[in-house]
Design a protein around this ligand. Structure first.
Ligand code: ADP
Ligand code: MG
Length: 364
């Protein structure tokens, strides 16, 4: 268990900047997930923490000690990769104990630690097998076991479940949550899958283009995104975005016009709206769009298709000017109409400026 502090980390490969001014504090025992689209710098940041990559500037502290120049083997971190990276000619037990053997640990200590890790991961029956005789999920458990035997201060996972099929991924996620609870270790987990991030993390770091977009608890990111990128990245199906003009600003409200090109207006409670903002993007999740009854203030929607999932239906449609809109209907059935009318629940609306920054109410 250890806390970790990343201060002003930047990284360039040649002239290409891949991380910019990353600052993060990870608490001892916390499960933190780095999430973002492919190429946003997640693996580079993880590799830097473990010492496989050097930083262009900035510092990394593990338990208060600066580790920038500390050898990877001495940082107290252990990494688990997507590719498992097991030695095919060694048994499961030999694979798990290899790092300890290289470190010169006595045989009986290695045997004991391997047996302990095998117990935690339910691999006792497989210790004499070779990787070729294991399923994908079993191989990944061996790779995790190899990390556990080293008793690291910080576990680092780089997309460890991406090679597994969907069902096994869900099962392995549950196993990882359980493992984290039992070991109480600090864990950092990289994924491009926001559902994985939401289910695993105590806190999530959303990254985009080498920049941390937001760092917070899963539901805080979902309910209270700092910008349009986070709003659109977290949640499935995605948040809807509608362009709107600012018609009129009051001290406790704002009136938006031509919502999503529909010509409709909407008066929203909003304290301290910045009157210099003339154009906004209105974010609204599918569960905050309700099917209406045809009233004059409702937005008319042309239905493109409906995803009927049984317990819930997602209706995909378009507003008159073409702005796409997804509606969640809990009735579980779509009545087959090719048009409908909707209202937007005002408590579920989030406003962004043209640059994608969140517009928040003033607290005073
Ligand atoms: P992620 O893990 O989020 O998919 P990476 O950290 O692997 O992203 O990569 C971030 C960016 O850095 C990508 O544009 C990638 O091409 C680039 N990159 C990674 N490693 C190197 C390298 N050794 N040399 C040059 N560019 C690299
Ligand atoms: Mg990666």
């Amino acid at each position: 268990m250890a806390e970790l502090e990343i201060t002003s980390i930047s990284k360039s490969f040649g002239t290409v900047e891949v991380l910019r001014d990353v600052n993060l504090k990870i608490r001892s025992g916390e499960f933190v997930v780095f999430v973002g689209p492919s190429g946003c710098g997640k693996s580079t940041l993880l590799r830097m923490i473990t010492g496989l990559e050097t930083e262009s500037s900035g510092d990394i502290h593990i338990d208060g000690k600066r580790v920038n120049e500390v050898d990877p083997a001495k940082r107290g971190t252990a990494m688990v990769f997507q590719s498992y990276a097991l030695y095919p000619h060694m048994t499961v037990a030999e694979n798990m104990g290899f790092g300890l053997k290289m470190a010169g640990e006595p045989k009986n200590v290695i045997r004991e630690k391997v047996a302990q890790a095998a117990g935690i991961l339910r691999l006792e029956q497989l210790l004499d097998r070779r990787p070729g005789q294991l399923s994908g999920g079993q191989k990944q458990r061996v790779a995790i076991g190899r990390a556990i035997v080293r008793n690291p201060k910080v576990f680092l996972f780089d997309e460890p479940l991406s090679n597994l099929d969907a069902e096994l991924r869900v099962q392995m996620r549950a196993e990882l949550i359980d493992l984290h609870r039992r070991l109480g270790a600090t864990m950092i987990y990289v994924t491009h899958d926001q559902v994985e991030a939401m289910t695993l993390a105590d806190r999530i770091v959303v990254m985009h283009g080498g920049v941390v977009q937001q760092y917070g608890r899963p539901l805080d990111l979902y309910d209270d995104p700092d910008n349009r990128f986070v709003a659109g990245f977290i949640g499935s199906p995605k948040m809807n975005f509608l362009d709107a003009a600012v018609n009129e600003v009051g001290s406790d409200h704002v009136t938006l016009g031509n919502i999503g090109g529909s010509g409709r207006t909407l008066r929203l409670p909003f304290r301290g709206f910045d009157a210099s903002v003339k154009q906004v993007v209105l974010g609204v999740r599918p569960e905050h769009v309700s099917l209406g009854s045809g009233g004059p203030d409702e937005l008319p929607v042309t239905v493109s298709f409906a995803e009927e999932l049984g317990d819930v239906t997602y209706i995909h449609g378009k507003l008159p000017a073409g702005n796409p809109l997804i509606i969640r209907s809990d009735k579980g059935r779509h009545d087959g109409q090719d048009t409908c009318a909707v209202t937007l629940d005002s408590h579920g609306l989030r406003l962004f400026d043209a640059a994608g920054r969140r517009l928040r109410e003033s607290r005073t």
